[in-house]
Design a protein around this ligand. Structure first.
Ligand SMILES: Cc1cc2nc3c(=O)[nH]c(=O)nc-3n(C[C@H](O)[C@H](O)[C@H](O)COP(=O)(O)OP(=O)(O)OC[C@H]3O[C@@H](n4cnc5c(N)ncnc54)[C@H](O)[C@@H]3O)c2cc1C
Length: 261
C-alpha cells in the first residue's frame, strides 16, 4: 500500500498554506482587507508563531470553515476494494477518482493477503490464496470468453487491489483522520491514514499535528466498543461523566450547586 502526497509540495505548503488559513481567520476580526492580511502573512511581517497560535486556537474552537481553504491531494495505490469502499463513504470536502473495474480489463489483477492470514496455519493461508487465484483466473477466462469487464468483475474478491486519487480539504482530512486513526477503525484504513499523516507531516509538521484520533481533540473516547478502556489513549466518556457526577455530588455536599446542563 502506498499514499503519496502529490500536492502541495513543501515549498507551496510553507509559502501559502499557513498564510491562507491565517488570512481566513484574521478576516473575521480585522478591518484590513483579506489581500492585505495575506500579503503581511506571506511576506513574513506576521511571525509564523503568531499565525500558528491563532490557527491552533481557531481549529480547537471548531471554526472549521477557515481550514477548508487548503487542500491535499494523495495518490493512493495498492489498497484493497475493502478499504476503498470504506474510504469513499466520506462525502463532505473530499473528492475521489478510482481505477475502474468496468473500463479496465485487468491483465494481472492482484490481491492482498491480510496479516492474520499470513500468520495463520499453512493450510488456511494456502486455501485463501487458492480461492483468490481461482477467482482471478476465472475472471480472465470470462474476459477471454467475451464477457464484458463490467460483468466479469463480479467474481473479483474484496481483497483485489485498487488505486485512487483523493483530494481533501484540511477540515475533511482532520475529520477523516479522527475516525480512521482511531484504534476502533479497520487495520488497513488505519494504516492508510498513518501514511497520510506522515505525508502531511513531511510538508508541514504544524498542520500534520492536527491529524489525530478523534479522542485527542475531544479529550475523551466516545466509542461504545471501548467502554472497557482497552484502548488507553483517552478515558472513556462514561468514566469522565462519572468523575463529573462525583465532583457535582461533592460540591453539593459542600453547599455549592454545579450547573447540570
Ligand atoms: C469504525 C467505523 C466503523 C464503521 N462501520 C460502519 C458500518 O458497519 N456500516 C456502515 O454503513 N458504515 C460504517 N462506517 C461508516 C460511517 O458510518 C460513515 O459513513 C463514514 O465514516 C463517513 O463518516 P461521516 O459521515 O462522518 O463523514 P463525511 O461524509 O466525511 O462527513 C463529514 C461530516 O459532515 C457532515 N455531513 C456530511 N454529509 C452530511 C449530510 N448529508 N447531512 C448532514 N451532515 C452531513 C457530518 O457532520 C459528517 O460527520 C464506519 C465508520 C467507522 C469509522
Amino acid at each position: 500500500m502506498r499514499a503519496k502526497l502529490l500536492f502541495p509540495t513543501r515549498e507551496i505548503a510553507q509559502q501559502y498554506y499557513l498564510p491562507l488559513i491565517y488570512t481566513a481567520c484574521r478576516t473575521c476580526y480585522s478591518e484590513l482587507e483579506p489581500d492585505d492580511i495575506f500579503e503581511r502573512a506571506s511576506s513574513g511581517r506576521v511571525a509564523t508563531e503568531k499565525q500558528q497560535d491563532l490557527i491552533r486556537r481557531v481549529i480547537e474552537s471548531g471554526h472549521g470553515s477557515t481550514i477548508e481553504h487548503i487542500v491535499f491531494t494523495f495518490a493512493i495505490s495498492g489498497v484493497t476494494r475493502t478499504l476503498s469502499h470504506q474510504l469513499v463513504r466520506h462525502r463532505a470536502g473530499v473528492a475521489f477518482d478510482q481505477q475502474s473495474q468496468r473500463y479496465l480489463d485487468y491483465k494481472r489483477p492482484s490481491y492482498m493477503v491480510p496479516g492474520t492470514l499470513q500468520d495463520a496455519s499453512a493450510d488456511l493461508r494456502d486455501r485463501f490464496t487458492a480461492e483468490m487465484d481461482d477467482s482471478l483466473r476465472f475472471y480472465g477466462e470470462l474476459l477471454e470468453a467475451g464477457i464484458p469487464g463490467e460483468d466479469a468483475r463480479f467474481v473479483m474478491p474484496n481483497a483485489t487491489r485498487t488505486n485512487l486519487i483523493m483530494t481533501a480539504n484540511l477540515r475533511a482530512l482532520i475529520h477523516m483522520s479522527g475516525l480512521r486513526l482511531c484504534t476502533m477503525a479497520q487495520w488497513e484504513i488505519r494504516r492508510l491514514f498513518q501514511l497520510i499523516r506522515h505525508e502531511v507531516f513531511g510538508v508541514s509538521p504544524f498542520l500534520g499535528s492536527f491529524l489525530a484520533p478523534k479522542c485527542v481533540p475531544l479529550g475523551y473516547c466516545d466509542e461504545d466498543r471501548n467502554r472497557d478502556e482497552h484502548c488507553p489513549i483517552r478515558p472513556h466518556k462514561d468514566n469522565v461523566l462519572a468523575a463529573w457526577a462525583e465532583k457535582r455530588t461533592a460540591a453539593k455536599a459542600a453547599g455549592r450547586e454545579l450547573p447540570t446542563v
